[in-house]
Ligand binder design. Structure first.
Ligand code: PRX
Length: 640
């Protein structure tokens, strides 16, 4: 396989080349892709100017990413399985779709989209469960040059409408319902709710999946199966500029509503494929399985684009890790002889809690590589994964990256980079991380700890936040001049290995889901009886971080007090989605605020950690007594 690093020595060589001459390095990797026209220069960029970031990769080149998946990989992969779809219900039959078949379906749906007027540059919202039509819809958008904006099907109607309105989408693609374990959720009714406030939507395309009875509003709503009837299977891909937008994906930050992280065609393509091959060391004949949802960036890059560009065979799973029981992952690995398995630490911790026998009764002898993503993995979970699931034979790739980075930035190369529990280890070729102190001074050498930044662009870096470039600058490039600031803390140990310490801003990571505390507060404050709230993350055995909400309310009767917690949770359900419901809610008479009215979240974070011994100076608080009250009523055990 081209562009694959095979030894540690080669990794160090490539790394040096990539830093000494990034243009030559990435230019030579991009040679293996299919272009209508090659680039005039490999990269033009600056991080430092007022309108930063300004980043262009493979400048003026022309291509279509789906031609790199299909035309480039066919005809030799015509009959090779591209995706094995494993249904939620194990009694239902799986679907195996070849590259040849997938290509037909993508072209057909691309033509169907065109039939209702979709065209290059349109923003198409996709709100689907993990069904095979989800990657088909994504790739059909890319085929015609429309920008896909996938919204995770666990988001509420309000979150969906916010995303549709921000992107001014004209089409939404959805299904009648979703199967999630034993539950069935009517997705279409959520879309109906959302569309009440989405004036730009002209059509919603509805896939029949769960056979739910739904409300159908013609001519706005169109069945997927009706739309593709009598549609040609011939489709010429739209020729795109390298820097045309491929997709927008909304993600949470420390302030305001989620922002639309924007990725462009060529750079993202080159980076997705390169990182997939190298991190997972994918070989011909391997079966790769990433358990993420395509609604998050991990699914975009390592279910859809990375594997399909590479010509890999991968598994896509509709359901949840514990349905019908805690053996589902391991049973599925044996069923398809999965070689590379990529999941989140949360899932691992949840399965540890179910007991080892779920794992040990399965063979798991096909496994070669194990991966983790989305949050720091604690040593205990790492060891369990390594010893019990991998039987001590499979390297673990702890992959650190973000929605904004498009692909993995810091990670071992499987079987090549020596690993260490809880360390993401070394940067991939082309990635130049730096650790800075609070003043932005770059800390040279090893054994340092601070904020993680990147000083040189890589092809997969975000180009902007949709419709608001200033926000992109403020969020990522204003903190440290000339550097991309990740929002994460990190340390570099004596060997130069990176350990990610977690977010240093008001973003929390709950079961691998990225949530802004401000977003949760805004949602809680929608409840008519709530005055104010402050939300922090606290250590949670399974979720990594749980959500702890401190809430002040108007005077409540005893009856109201009994109900308020549930009501607040329902408000979150309506405003964001079930995954953002607080684990702990504490009603308080006041929040710890400075005299200027700023909530001291630092104090609440400490309390959430169960540590009241070292709260720092609280004398500047408007009312220091509230701290004592909060400690006494705390929902976690407090060490005083
Ligand atoms: O805090 C880091 C954490 O997840 C954040 C990015 O979240 P999101 O954009 O949703 O993308 C998640 C999937 C790529 C990061 O800022 N994170 C991600 N991977 C790791 C991690 N923290 C520690 N170790 C990781 N391997």
């Amino acid at each position: 396989m081209t562009n694959k690093i095979l030894t540690l020595k080669e990794y160090f060589q490539k790394y040096d080349e990539s830093v000494n001459d990034p243009k030559k390095f990435w230019g030579s990797i991009a040679e293996s892709h299919l272009w209508h026209k090659k680039w005039d220069s490999v990269v033009d960029w600056y991080f430092g100017g007022k309108d930063a970031p300004n980043v262009k990769w493979f400048v003026n080149a022309k291509l279509n990413i789906t031609e790199n998946i299909f035309e480039r990989n066919l005809p030799q992969r015509e009959n090779q399985i591209a995706i094995i779809w494993e249904p939620n219900d194990p009694k239902q039959k799986e679907i195996k779709i070849t590259y040849g078949e997938l290509f037909q379906k993508v072209k057909q749906f691309a033509n169907a989209l065109k039939k209702i007027g979709a065209k290059k540059g349109d923003r198409i919202a996709i709100y689907l469960p993990m069904v095979i039509e989800l990657p088909i819809a994504v790739l059909a958008c890319a085929r015609i040059g429309a920008i896909h904006s996938v919204v995770f099907a666990g988001f509420s109607a309000n979150s969906l409408s916010d995303r549709i309105n921000d992107a001014q989408s004209n089409i939404v693609i959805t299904s009648d319902g979703v199967n999630r374990g034993a539950k069935r959720i009517c997705l279409k009714s959520i879309v109906d709710d959302a569309l009440k406030t989405c004036p730009t939507i002209k059509n919603s395309i509805v896939l029949k999946h769960t056979e739910e009875k739904i409300n159908f509003e013609s001519p706005r709503d169109i069945w997927w199966h009706d739309l593709i009837k009598d549609v040609s299977l011939e489709n010429k891909a739209e020729v795109m500029d390298s820097e045309d937008t491929l997709f927008i994906l909304y993600t949470s930050g420390s302030t305001g509503k989620p922002k639309g992280v924007l990725h462009t065609v060529a750079g993202y393509m080159v980076y997705a494929e390169y990182t997939f091959k190298n991190v997972f060391q994918y070989n011909e004949g391997d079966i790769f399985w990433c358990t993420a949802d395509i609604g998050w960036v991990t699914g975009h890059t390592y279910i859809v684009y990375g594997p399909l560009l590479t010509g890999a065979t991968s598994v896509m799973y509709e359901g949840i890790p514990t349905f019908p029981d805690a053996g589902r992952f391991w049973e599925t690995i044996d069923k398809y002889k999965v070689t590379q398995f990529y999941t989140a630490p949360t899932a691992i911790r949840a399965l540890i809690a179910q007991g080892s026998e779920w794992v040990t009764k399965h063979k798991l002898d096909s496994l070669k590589v194990l991966g983790t993503v989305g949050e720091p993995i604690n040593e205990e979970a790492w060891k369990w994964y390594h010893d019990l699931v991998g039987k001590g034979n499979c390297p673990i790739v702890d992959t650190w990256w973000q929605t904004e980075t498009g692909g993995i930035l810091i990670s071992p190369l499987a079987g090549i980079t020596p690993t260490k529990p809880s360390f993401a280890t070394l940067p991939l070729p082309g990635i130049q991380p730096v650790i800075v102190d609070p003043d932005g001074k770059i800390l040279e050498g090893n054994n340092v700890k601070g904020n993680l930044c990147i000083k040189y662009p890589w092809p997969g870096i975000l180009r902007t936040t949709y419709g608001d470039h200033q926000r992109c600058f403020n969020t990522y490039f204003a903190t440290y001049k000339g550097l991309y600031f990740t929002g994460d803390g990190a340390k570099r140990d004596e060997e130069g290995y990176y350990r990610i310490l977690g977010r240093v801003d008001d973003v929390i990571n709950v079961s691998g889901h990225r949530i802004g505390t401000a977003e949760v507060e805004d949602a809680i404050n929608q409840h008519p009886k709530v005055h104010e709230s402050a939300v922090v993350g606290y250590p949670h055995e399974i979720k990594g971080q749980g959500i702890y909400a401190f809430v002040t309310c108007e005077k409540l009767t005893d009856e109201e007090k009994k109900n308020i917690e549930n009501e607040i949770k329902n408000t979150i359900l309506k405003e964001i989605g079930a995954f953002a419901k607080p684990d702990l809610i504490q009603l308080v008479s006041g929040l710890p605020k400075t005299r200027s009215g700023k909530i001291m979240r630092r104090i609440l974070r400490k309390i959430g950690e169960g540590d009241a011994t070292n709260l720092g100076d609280i004398s500047t608080l408007l009312d220091p007594n509230v701290v004592e009250e909060i400690i006494n009523g705390a929902k976690v055990q407090i060490k005083k």
